[in-house]
Design a binder for this molecule. Structure first.
Ligand SMILES: [Ca+2]
Ligand SMILES: [Ca+2]
Length: 245
């Protein structure tokens, strides 16, 4: 008997009455070994593919994957900050008037073109987030004439080239960003020729005629409205006190 006819319930075969004997004989016939081998080969060939169950990830593997992802993200961010990048600001009519230069993600320079001639005329340099020096080109010849110096973010001094010949002439000191004193040392002079004294940022005294010994010929004091109120010289005093009619 064929192997597939041995299953529970067997099979039903509907034939004409005249073929009944032949059908019974067919059902009762024994399959040859060759036929059985062929049927087994066909069964194997048409059997459904073996399904491999999915392997479930453990919590440890999931956590490891998350940590690796975060590390890769941080590395990408760090690598993206390396190098020098410059951001620009433009006026409404498209002129580039300001720039910020970042090195390795930190602000290093701030530049401005104040007269919009296409040439930078203001430069500020930063270290560790603080401005350490700024320079201004006030006659717009491309060369700085004014240098401001900072310490821990506080303005402490300023040098100014007042005749624009490349040599500083005016030297100012500051405290809490407030002007304290301004000394005029024209074009590399070793001594101060004129000194201005300020209180709370307001001019109170001008010393003139300074020499190499640190002496000044004239000292004039001023009120808060820059009116002279006293002097150490008779000539200046006459200027302060108009002659009576
Ligand atoms: Ca300019
Ligand atoms: Ca200049």
């Amino acid at each position: 008997m064929y192997p597939n006819l041995t299953t529970a319930g067997g099979v039903r075969l509907l034939v004409r009455a005249s073929d009944a004997d032949a059908a019974v004989a067919l059902l009762n016939a024994q399959a040859s070994p060759a036929e059985i081998n062929q049927m087994e080969a066909e069964a194997v060939a048409f059997s459904p593919p073996e399904t491999i169950p999915l392997k479930q990830l453990s919590w440890g593997q999931i956590l490891f994957g998350i940590v690796i992802g975060i590390i890769l993200c941080l590395v990408c961010q760090w690598a993206n900050k390396l190098g020098t990048k410059t951001l620009y600001h433009y006026t409404k009519d498209g002129k580039r008037d300001e720039a910020w230069v970042y090195r390795d993600g930190h602000l290093a320079e701030h530049l401005q073109d104040r007269n919009l001639d296409g040439v930078w005329d203001y430069w500020a340099y930063y270290e560790h987030g603080y401005v350490v020096r700024s320079e201004l080109d006030n006659n717009f010849d491309g060369k700085p004439d004014e240098t401001w110096t900072y310490s821990n973010g506080d303005l402490i001094s300023m040098e100014k080239d007042t005749d624009f010949n490349g040599v500083p002439d005016e030297f100012c000191t500051y405290k809490y960003h407030i002007l304290q004193q301004a000394d005029m040392k024209p074009n590399g002079s070793k001594f101060t020729t004129t000194r201005e004294i300020f209180q709370n940022g307001v001019l109170t005294e001008i010393w003139r005629g300074g020499d190499s010994n640190g002496h000044f010929k004239e000292v004039v004091r001023y009120d808060p409205f820059f009116n002279p109120i006293s002097t150490n010289t008779a000539v200046a005093f006459q200027l302060l006190s108009p002659p009576s009619k």
